[in-house]
Design a protein around this ligand. Sequence first.
Ligand code: CAA
Length: 419
Amino acid sequence: MKPARRVTIAGGSITPFIGKFHPDFIWKKHPDFGRKENPTLEQLLHRVALGACADVDIEPALIDRGYVGNFVGELFSNQGHLGAMTAAASDGFLHTPFTRVEGACASGGLGIAAGVDAIQAGADLVLVVGAEVQTTHNAKVGADFLARASHYEKERGIDEFTFPAMFARRTMAYCQRHGVTPDQLAPIVVKAYANANRNPNAHMRAVTMTESQAAGSSDSNPCFLANQELNPWLRLSDCSQVSDGACAVILCSDDGLEKLGQGADRAVQISACSVACGPLGAVADYTQMDVTAAAASRCYSATGWDATDIQIAEVHDCFSITEALICEALGFCQEGEGMKIAADGVTSLEGSLPINSGGGLMAFGHPVGATGVKQIFEIYRQMNGLCGDYQVATAPERGLCANMGGDDRTSVVTLLERK
Ligand code: CAA
């Protein structure tokens, strides 16, 4: 959809994304273990909701509507009703309408889409928050929780690690169709970690990854799936992180922009935002991301843009194969070339189309409900020259975000422009 009423992003706030291997993540071998706790879901929600209002210097009471993207707060934190929980961040939010939105890993993107709709319906200032805490249980229990984004009854049994296995299945199909091998995914992984090493908010900011580490399986980088058919097709390094974190942005109408204390000069326009869904548990072709392609195609036709207009992108790399497939779905390259554009450096920070400049889901981290909001905030920050060590050389003017839920079953594509 192309907004009839102009929507701009005026500012926002993000927490560091943390989890295993992040120096500030509290676990049993951390020096502060027993003395400090990791932030709770409530603390994360409040931190970014207030941080975003402060970033544009407005009182919380000025917010007309709030949306909260979160996937499974009930399972990891025993907490639902996250709209009201976010509203508790400030007395100024008293009686403000907050709504939680859920679409698996696309929950944050759906929050953005809902915010755009609210502005079409007359709201002037909308707060969109995304947050997830995932480290309260071990990786195997967490994999069961995340499997709720699949068709649980039909697909949970594919492997104890359901989502890693579903994308190993895509890697297998892709490699067989295009005559490539999984080690050719290594440049995508190496780029993600190299970018994250320059990003102070990234979960894997302190972990390095070389091409030979990413390309081969080893004791430290095993093929870990129990499903023997899928096992050879996915290594540990191909996976996104199990992270905690939150991000929020302020969306404004033109009238809303006038109410800001600051930030109007940094505004980035949302030129189009489209949501598409496919039937749960029924992927027609594992070598295509047709739902994301449908959302992108609607955005391109609404704006008259095509893939060649995009100067920077944040795409959903929940696994290394996902980045290759999604680049093809968005028209950034031909089918079968998704690995090649990373290997050729096209998608690096210095390339002609930087992708996942802060490290993506694999290395910036993937606190599920936060991801879609973070993508939007990242493009906004790149367009305003706010990315520090991972700032691209020329601040881009046109960008794209693609946030995907499940096995490409819900997809949100957003086009952004700095004028
Ligand atoms: N050697 C052997 N096995 C290992 C290993 C190693 N060095 N490291 C990990 N493993 C395997 C083992 O099976 C291990 O189980 P045991 O400890 O019982 O042996 C298991 O992984 C878990 O190990 P850890 O707790 O040490 O794993 P970790 O915390 O490092 O997690 C990971 C690694 C399992 C890959 C985890 O990062 C992960 O699950 N990542 C993917 C997260 C995910 O699926 N997110 C959703 C993406 S899908 C999406 O975005 C769409 C949507 O809507 C859901």
